[in-house]
Write a protein that binds this ligand. Structure first.
Ligand code: NDP
Length: 454
């Protein structure tokens, strides 16, 4: 009872102190309620006021980023870095460049990152950053100038033992390259301050593939508990960026059939399986829209956003066995969850961060037998491999693709095991939302108690 009052007080406080930060509120609400069984069992967390402390970032930076476009005009964007928790290691989390970026989204992503990083078993704290800059339609030179300007402020707050950013939506190998170049110029240091670096200058093999591959490894582990596997399974995948592409690649390797991908303009449905090479060429080389895919491959159906079901996303209305939401937050709604269940889907495996709306998640957990892998566990392969990149940088070595992939698979197995075993420990076997939140929180909260009132 005391824990419920405590949780509700903290949520009221967040609502009041962070107005309009809906995604942050959604993320904290999910985590705090799922901690109830732990709080009821161990009174130390309330005694030490851990909940109130853990929902406030250690530091949030908001800064202006001026850059010059190709027409010679000065443009202005807003940059962010939220350093949420350094309890178990230096801050670590990606940078997102997307027009939707605001403080609430940065805080939700950084908050989730604390527990995700904790689950990996590696010594890394939680952070996130980015800008409302839209890389779409910008020339290479404009992107370079923006990245240089962004880093001209960010470099003051990061460092290889302090805060190590990486990529996220809109920040891939090209952007990491420009950011790293500027960091090196400003500090005179060549060190592992960013991950996702190019293979010629300190990057790790298999980092690009890690989040997508890891998400599929996670699903493999989950299905195994119920005597199932991925072979022959029709998998609906959303997104067509880094996570989606390498989810599709690994699904093929595991004998599954990835039947879809999407971007912000539409969805491709290809019953016999997505043409991975065409997809890579369109997205990784030409940075074009999926409309182009439909012109290259006439065996697919292209569904533009204007034809999506009302309140839903076309991907989740395709008949499938497993769903891999791999695009962005809140892309799978209640209507979508109902459709997935109706179509016989057995597992929703989150590759993106918080892609399932609160309403849909409640329905899935309370009213269906669908298996559900939360993003903070299922997509942790990316950050785990970033940490492997940091290890390689520290020892000035480079491991083979296979070595990194084997380590990634083992880490995903560990993450699954800890989330699953924690769900068993708290009498909710298979509820990985509770399992992952409790396991991720417990390690950080115990460490906070050990470190005192800092
Ligand atoms: P990318 O930028 O490579 O791809 C994002 C994809 O999602 C694109 O297809 C994009 O379409 C689509 N998308 C983005 N925003 C929207 C939107 N508002 N509406 C519809 N579609 C959208 O990003 P990643 O693949 O790296 O990231 C995808 C998700 O995975 C994010 O939630 C990210 O936080 C999460 N993640 C990523 C990790 C990584 O290692 N990269 C690690 C862990 C989690 P379009 O191109 O048309 O915008």
């Amino acid at each position: 009872m005391q824990s419920t009052i405590e949780i509700e007080n903290i949520l009221d406080y967040i609502k009041e102190s962070s107005p309009g930060q809906d995604e942050f509120y959604q993320a904290t609400q999910e985590v705090l309620y799922s901690l109830k069984p732990l709080l009821d069992r161990d009174s130390r967390y309330i005694e030490h006021n851990i909940l109130e402390r853990i929902v406030v970032p250690e530091r949030s930076m908001i800064f202006r980023v001026n850059w010059v476009d190709d027409a010679g005009k000065v443009q202005t964007n807003v940059g962010y870095r939220v350093q949420f928790s350094s309890t178990i290691g230096p801050y670590k989390g990606g940078l997102r460049f997307h027009p939707s970026v605001n403080l609430g989204i940065m805080k939700f992503l950084a908050f989730e990152q604390i527990f995700k990083n904790s689950l990996t078993g590696l010594p890394i704290g939680g952070a996130k950053g980015g800008s409302n800059f839209d890389p779409k339609g910008k020339s290479d030179n404009e992107i370079m100038r923006f990245c240089q300007s962004f880093m001209s402020e960010l470099y003051k707050h990061i460092g290889k033992h302090r805060d190590i950013p990486a990529g996220d939506i809109g920040v891939g190998a090209r952007e990491i390259g420009y950011l790293f170049g500027q960091y090196k110029k400003l500090t005179g240091e060549f060190d592992g301050v960013l991950t996702g670096k190019g293979l010629n200058w300190g990057g790790s093999k298999a980092r690009k593939e890690a989040t997508g591959y890891g998400s599929v490894y996670f699903a493999e582990n989950f299905l195994k508990v119920y005597g199932k596997n991925l072979k022959g399974k029709r998998c609906a995948v959303s997104g067509s960026g880094n996570v989606a592409i390498y989810t599709i690649e690994k699904l093929y390797e595991m004998g599954a059939i990835p039947i879809s991908c999407s971007d912000s303009r539409g969805t491709i449905y290809q019953k016999d399986g997505i043409d991975l090479q065409a997809l890579k060429s369109i997205k990784e080389i030409h940075h074009a829209s999926l409309e182009e895919y439909a012109t290259v491959d006439c065996k697919c159906n292209y569904i533009p956003v204007s034809q999506y079901p009302k309140g839903g996303h076309a991907v989740w209305h395709l008949p499938c066995d497993i769903a891999f939401p791999s695009a962005t937050q809140n892309e799978l709604t209640l209507i979508d969850a109902k459709k997935l269940e109706e179509n016989g889907c057995i597992l929703i495996n989150e590759g993106a961060n918080m892609p399932t709306t609160a309403e849909a998640l409640k329905y899935i957990r309370k009213e269906t037998n669908l298996l559900f892998s939360p993003g903070k566990a299922a997509n942790a392969g990316g950050v785990a491999t970033s940490q492997l990149e940091m290890s390689q940088n520290a020892s000035m070595s480079q491991w083979s693709f296979q070595e990194v992939d084997i380590k990634l698979r083992t880490i995903m197995q560990h993450i699954f095991k800890i989330a699953y075993e924690t769900s068993v420990e708290f009498d909710c076997e298979g509820d990985l939302v509770k399992g992952a939140n409790i396991a991720g929180f417990r390690k950080v909260a115990d460490s906070m108690i050990e470190q005192g009132s800092v």
